[in-house]
Ligand binder design. Structure first.
Ligand SMILES: NC(=O)c1ccc[n+]([C@@H]2O[C@H](COP(=O)([O-])OP(=O)(O)OC[C@H]3O[C@@H](n4cnc5c(N)ncnc54)[C@H](O)[C@@H]3O)[C@@H](O)[C@H]2O)c1
Length: 348
């Protein structure tokens, strides 16, 4: 199969490109340049791509040309400004990228007959947060108080409306939450911040130590995206209406930020403590749990890694990388280990 991944230079995109190419698929990418020191760079992912376009999805002509040149079977749309704090600093950029960029993609995809499946990646933050204890299901109302959540809710509604109004290839929306894994260098994300402190032997300073968040390994989340795309291609699920699918973590992974920091410190061999509140504190949505029953029953998808294992795999990755291991080999090895769990049905 030939895939076009938008956002292939980002954290999830780099893992996804390595995963799909290691299965023998061809991957084309469209994204901005990678951040210095990103997984894309350190694992030299560009070299694996059949086509590696650096362009801005806010520009409709770049998106249309890239789609035409790539001529993919499957499009996975991940490119976005994905950070809540950054969305307060750059609301226009966030809206233009996440909403108009998605519109540009939908228009371009519609003009290309070769495409058998389109998966648009949004987030758990699209749900209108009414602080309910039970998980949100796909039919719950959307909303979003901060600019990032609102932009993703708009992209989500736009995708559904576009598929319903104009047809096009089988389309689906994938909603997942916070993911962790080796190689994330984003600012304002817990694990990269923790690793930075642990490497310096400093107590991490946390912005929201009491906030409960669901945590999921990036491979569990990406496994959902791939399963969804496969199901659209084979017609196992109906992609006519651009329906949404939740891919959330299991309940054992609902852990406070402070607890993640303590477990990470212990696992790293540090003191196990963390420092006071630090950094810029902006409004972020409280706990959002996803009910993923639909994906479990229809796609046979489920999380393979428990929270403790997801954290251990992540820290193992960083430890090995910072003691000289190859980013590409480390990532490839974890993908291979994960695929073995997946095929043998072993959950850890
Ligand atoms: N990482 C998470 O915890 C998480 C949680 C929920 C949803 N998501 C979603 O998953 C997707 C990928 O997130 P990530 O963590 O890999 O983010 P990332 O920041 O690591 O990567 C973002 C990618 O989008 C590209 N991009 C950004 N603006 C662009 C533009 N204007 N034109 C072209 N490309 C542009 C970047 O170049 C990069 O390749 C996003 O849609 C994000 O909203 C991520």
């Amino acid at each position: 199969m030939r895939y076009l991944i938008t956002g292939h230079t980002g954290f999830k995109g780099a893992w996804l490109t390595l995963w799909l190419t290691s299965q023998g698929h061809e991957v084309c990418g469209l994204a901005l340049d990678p951040e210095p020191g990103s997984l894309f760079e350190t694992a030299d992912i560009g070299e694996l791509c059949a086509m590696d376009v650096r362009g801005d999805i806010r520009d409709a002509s770049i998106v249309a040309t890239s789609l035409k040149d790539a001529s993919p079977d499957v499009v996975l749309h991940l490119a976005a400004q994905p950070l809540v704090p950054e969305s307060y600093r750059r609301p226009r950029w966030t809206m233009e990228t996440n909403v108009m960029g998605t519109l540009n993609l939908l228009e371009a995809v519609g003009g290309q007959a070769s495409i058998q499946a389109l998966v648009v990646v949004t987030t758990d933050k699209v749900y209108r947060n009414v602080s309910q204890r039970e998980g949100y299901t796909e039919s719950d109302a959307l909303g979003g108080n901060d600019p990032y959540s609102a932009s993703k809710a708009m992209a989500d509604i736009l995708t559904h409306s576009w598929a319903t109004s104009f047809g096009g290839p089988p389309t689906a929306i994938a909603r997942a939450g916070n993911v962790i894994g080796g190689g994330d260098i984003s600012q304002d994300r817990l694990i990269p911040d923790l690793v930075k402190s642990l490497r310096k032997d400093e107590a991490p300073r946390l912005r929201y130590p009491d906030a409960v968040r669901p945590w999921q390994h990036v491979l569990d989340c990406l496994g959902g995206y791939i399963a969804l795309a496969d199901a659209l291609v084979t017609g196992t699920v109906d992609g006519a209406a651009g329906d949404a699918w939740n891919f959330g973590p299991d309940v054992d992974s609902f852990v406070t930020v402070g607890e993640v920091a303590s477990r990470a410190s212990r696992y790293w061999g540090a003191s196990g403590s963390w420092g006071g509140v630090g950094g810029e504190v902006l409004h972020e949505a409280g706990l959002l749990a996803l009910d993923s029953t639909k994906a479990q029953l229809t796609l046979g998808w489920h999380n393979k890694l428990s929270f403790d294992n997801a954290l251990a795999w992540t820290l193992d990755w960083y430890k090995a990388f910072h003691t000289g291991a190859s980013a590409r080999e480390l990532t490839r090895q974890q993908i291979s280990d994960f695929s073995r769990f997946a095929s043998s049905g072993v959950s850890t």
